[in-house]
Ligand binder design. Structure first.
Ligand code: YH5
Length: 283
């Protein structure tokens, strides 16, 4: 048995690449058009993603896209808590809460969330303590700058090394705050304070993110880096997103955060099958 992540009453088997399905409960998100504000609609979509092979559903109420408006604690709670309550009662797979706010972490885990996904890597005041008290796995993501301004002039001397150094720093802050290391996942934060070239360098060098020995999460689905390579800003990003997920999985990513679950799960089944024969499991 390979890597297993303990998520309360759930176990997440990360011994082969798995899909995290994105469920936005934001009215201002452009990929999903705010259609998931209604809990009944959110539940239907989450059940569909589960049936399509998602191993975990990521629920987020704060849009962190470039230029998105900040959301108050109360607004974020109103958006995500009813959805998390409904989903954790109905789904067979765990739910993660995509938030940076300590109050939302506590309420989300209280409502049944089995993982915290924080694009700010527990840097907001009180977030380390909240995550420690919640006692669920936490994904630490790298971001340069803040969502409002992060795409203005991203700069690195060596993007892979700097992202890795940031994540090592966050791991040690977590350990100092009493969060056990085996509860952490790492994410390079594609699109968060990075140019297209930075994003491609991170994907090319993703294997180095396994150096700390923690599970790696990658989220490139429908992002501008996909459109940037294709040279068409708007339009179809599915094939590009699936290709990026395959490349990340083949470089050791354990969890792929995606909007299009079925096609990604199919593509990852091929990665898994090839990896398993290459390990000599069936030779
Ligand atoms: C991530 O990478 N991303 S929210 C812009 C898009 C499309 C999608 C321009 N939360 C991540 O999905 N959590 C988000 O088109 C995340 N890793 C983790 N752990 C941004 C997003 C998106 C942005």
């Amino acid at each position: 048995m390979g890597l297993q992540l303990d998520c309360g009453r759930h176990r997440l088997d990360l011994s082969y690449p798995r899909v995290m399905g994105v469920l936005n409960v934001t009215p201002d998100s452009f990929s999903d058009g705010g259609e998931y504000l209604e809990p009944t609609v959110a539940i239907r979509r989450a059940l569909q993603m589960q049936a399509e092979g998602a191993a975990i559903i990521d629920v987020g109420g704060e849009s962190t896209r470039p230029g998105a408006t900040p959301v108050s604690v109360d607004e974020e709670l109103e958006r995500v808590i009813p959805v998390i309550e409904a989903l954790s009662a109905r789904l067979d797979v765990p739910v993660s809460i995509d938030t940076s706010k300590p109050e939302v972490m506590r309420a989300g885990v209280g409502a049944g969330a089995a993982m915290i996904n924080d694009v700010r890597a527990l840097r907001l005041p009180g977030a380390l303590d909240a995550a420690r008290d919640c006692a669920v796995p936490v994904c630490l993501m790298h971001m340069q700058g803040e969502p409002g301004s992060m795409q203005q002039a991203p700069a690195y001397a060596d993007v892979v090394t700097e992202v890795l150094e940031f994540l090592y720093q966050r791991i040690s802050e977590c350990e100092a705050a009493g969060i056990p290391r085996d509860r952490l996942l790492l994410d390079p934060g594609f699109g968060f304070g990075k140019t297209l070239t930075h994003n491609l360098l991170l994907l090319a060098g993703l294997e180095r993110l396994s150096e700390p020995g923690l599970p790696v999460l990658a989220g490139m689905s429908r992002k501008s880096m996909i459109a940037g390579v294709l040279g068409r800003e708007d339009g179809e990003r599915l094939s590009g997103s699936v290709a990026a997920a395959v490349l990340a999985a083949s470089r050791g990513a354990h969890l792929l955060r995606v909007h299009d679950v079925q096609p990604t799960a199919d593509a990852l089944a091929i990665v898994r099958a090839v990896a398993e024969v290459a390990w000599g499991k069936y030779a």
